[in-house]
Design a protein around this ligand. Structure first.
Ligand SMILES: NC(=O)c1ccc[n+]([C@@H]2O[C@H](COP(=O)([O-])OP(=O)(O)OC[C@H]3O[C@@H](n4cnc5c(N)ncnc54)[C@H](OP(=O)(O)O)[C@@H]3O)[C@@H](O)[C@H]2O)c1
Length: 273
């Protein structure tokens, strides 16, 4: 039950009703018997600065940040972790007496999800050049993996390359998958309500691992086609679960586990296909 000592956090987004983060964090709070609550926080574009200041002044421990606020939130922070400095975006805010600390845990969440699927990253082709692509490209480069990026809007791919000079830019849509060990969809294509990603997998090398960071539905059309071809696949829900770990640990003081029960609880709220 919420009381005077309850620690508070939440997710800031617009809209935010679709976010699975409240379900995930409140599950962990209940599992660990923590006196805490995690709320959906609908904040309109333009209201972010006043909302963040208000949450901090109200004693919140921090918040996650999702679409469309990740870049604007980074500009509100007093300090940023390395990943957030590289991506120019934050998904995790921690309020302290000194100020606001921002972190971008998407890249680490992606890598943890790969590891949980027993995948060691190799030469990677990222489809998309948005905020998530930046975070993932930075994380992959950080492990020494060569990264190529293909994006519908060439200028955005160039901007990503300017921020992360180790990245190679290739044309959209990519036609040749030879030489890659990992293909990652970071576009919103394949998400419920969006067209599927039309990518030719016919010439995919047999060992290619196909990852999608879209997690609604759980099995995207891209993952389904890859699996039909016998390719290994990594669905996106695990990234969502893993990116949430550092925020929860900081706000509530317990390191939560991403295990089968956690996965199934969040997955139960998401269409399979
Ligand atoms: N699993 C997780 O934990 C996790 C975490 C973060 C994000 N995500 C998901 O990842 C996706 C991208 O997120 P984001 O924050 O990076 O978004 P974003 O910054 O808005 O980037 C969207 C990307 O999708 C591309 N795109 C959109 N519509 C397209 C179309 N019709 N054809 C080709 N490309 C298209 C955009 O290309 P242009 O530049 O050409 O517009 C851009 O590269 C979303 O579906 C989000 O839900 C998942």
């Amino acid at each position: 039950m919420i009381g005077g000592r309850t620690r508070l956090a939440g997710v800031i987004g617009w809209p935010v009703a679709q976010s699975r983060s409240p379900r995930l964090h409140n599950h962990w709070l209940a599992r660990h018997g923590i006196d805490g609550a995690y709320l959906p926080l609908p904040v309109r574009p333009g209201d972010l600065a006043s909302a963040v200041a208000g949450l901090r002044a109200s004693g919140f421990a921090g918040a996650n940040v999702t679409v469309p606020h990740k870049e604007t939130a980074a500009a509100l922070c007093d300090t940023l972790d390395d990943a957030a400095r590289a991506s120019g975006a934050v998904n995790t805010l921690v309020f302290t007496a000194e100020g606001i600390h921002g972190a971008d845990t998407d890249g680490a969440g992606f890598m943890a999800n790969l590891a949980a699927h027993g995948v060691q990253a190799g030469p990677a082709l990222l489809l998309g050049a948005g905020g998530a692509a930046r975070a993932i490209a930075g994380a992959l480069l950080g492990t020494g993996v060569p990264v190529a990026v293909a994006n519908r809007t060439p200028d955005r791919a160039s901007a990503l390359q300017a921020a992360l000079p180790g990245v190679r830019v290739v044309g959209w849509p990519p036609r040749d998958l030879a030489g890659y060990a990992l293909l990652v969809n970071t576009t919103s294509l394949g998400m419920a309500g969006q067209p599927p990603l039309a990518l030719e997998l016919g010439n995919a090398p047999a060992g290619l691992v196909v990852a999608d960071i879209v997690y609604v539905p759980l099995t995207t059309p891209l993952l389904a086609r890859a699996a039909e071809r016998g390719l290994r696949t990594v669905p996106g829900l695990g990234m969502l679960l893993h990116q949430a770990v550092p925020g929860f640990a900081t706000w509530f003081g317990v390191m939560p586990q991403v295990d089968r029960e956690t996965h199934d609880l969040v997955a139960a709220d998401i269409p399979a296909r």
